[in-house]
Design a protein around this ligand. Structure first.
Ligand code: B12
Ligand code: SF4
Ligand code: SF4
Length: 227
């Protein structure tokens, strides 16, 4: 496969995604990451070597409205953005299939295993290898431009594409999210993140604030990227 074909395919898929309103687009090489997929049977993902990750920059105005807990406006926004991302993924998937290749959409926010609290494939992992950002102290994917205020969706495909690859970046001296997290879940190192504390806080918000969803948004608000 020549680099021209890879770039041409990449440009075509990116154009479709951007036309649909996507803010961030990147492609990851998924070879060697199969152990991270929680999809069965295996033939569903076999041979899909490329991961297309697409991000939607959330409304800064809505995020700015969050103080120490999620707002109703954030709840509605969260739901609509998930629907939009899933629809965009379907359109991009259809485009790829119409070109004669296979494409597997990974839904924006589906939990496939509630006990393990995981989805089929991690968008943060694909996004990281697609050059869209780094894993921050809040363990979210932090994009240099939009910070953590981005929601993602991914597509796995066998369409040969130019790969972006991981780009360097880290939180540096920033510690804003550590200070504001109501659960005290965020630590100096992402590896020490207290997932159980975060989950219990989201459960509290879901019940006490009558949201019906595990959302928070406090660590998104302070992680706004460079402007
Ligand atoms: C289940 C889930 C949750 C669970 C717990 C998740 C968990 N186990 O970590 C709960 C309910 C607690 C939760 C909370 C939140 N979530 Co959530 N969640 C998910 C979901 C559906 C699945 C995540 C999953 O499979 N995790 C399993 C672990 C293994 O993977 P991971 O943590 O995603 O990624 C790690 C590994 O891949 C590893 N890694 C990275 N690269 C590599 C490479 C190799 C080789 C290896 C081995 C590992 C590795 O590091 C990553 C970061 O720690 C995803 C959607 C998706 N499909 O990705 C959204 C998602 C992660 N959530 C998201 C968000 C925004 C939130 C909340 C802010 C809630 C809200 N919307 O207000 C909080 C934030 C909490 C926090 N600080 O992380 C966004 C993150 C966007 C971003 N900018 O990063 C996602 C991607 C949804 C989306 N469509 O955008 N979530
Ligand atoms: S708020 Fe600062 S420390 Fe926290 S994840 Fe974002 S950049 Fe990193
Ligand atoms: S989602 Fe809320 S509770 Fe969880 S780490 Fe972020 S600020 Fe803390």
């Amino acid at each position: 496969m020549t680099t021209d074909v890879l770039k041409d395919n990449y440009d075509k898929v990116k154009k479709v995604a951007m036309r649909e309103g996507i803010s961030l687009f990147g492609v990851a090489d998924l070879e060697g990451l199969e152990s991270e997929f929680r999809i069965s049977p295996k033939n569903v993902y076999e041979g899909l070597k490329y991961g297309v990750c697409m991000g939607f920059h959330l409304s800064d105005r809505i995020i700015e409205g969050i103080d120490d807990k999620p707002t109703k406006m954030y709840l509605f926004h969260y739901k609509r953005v998930n629907i939009l991302l899933d629809e965009i993924a379907l359109r991009v998937m259809a485009f790829i299939q119409n070109q004669g290749y296979d494409a597997l959409p990974i839904h924006a926010s589906q939990i496939s295993d509630w006990d393990a609290m995981v989805g089929h494939v991690s968008h943060k992992m694909i996004g990281r290898y697609a050059g869209l950002g780094w894993i921050g102290r809040n363990i979210l994917l932090v994009n240099p431009q939009y910070g953590s205020r981005v929601r993602y969706v991914s597509i796995m495909t066998d369409m040969p594409l130019k790969v972006d690859g991981e780009v360097p970046g880290d939180c540096g001296s920033c510690r804003k999210c550590i200070e504001v997290c109501p659960a005290g879940a965020i630590k100096e190192n992402p590896e020490d993140f207290d997932l159980e504390a975060c989950y219990q806080q989201l459960k509290y918000f879901r019940n006490k604030e009558n949201l019906g969803q595990y959302i928070c948004g406090v660590c998104l608000k302070v992680c706004s990227g460079k402007k």
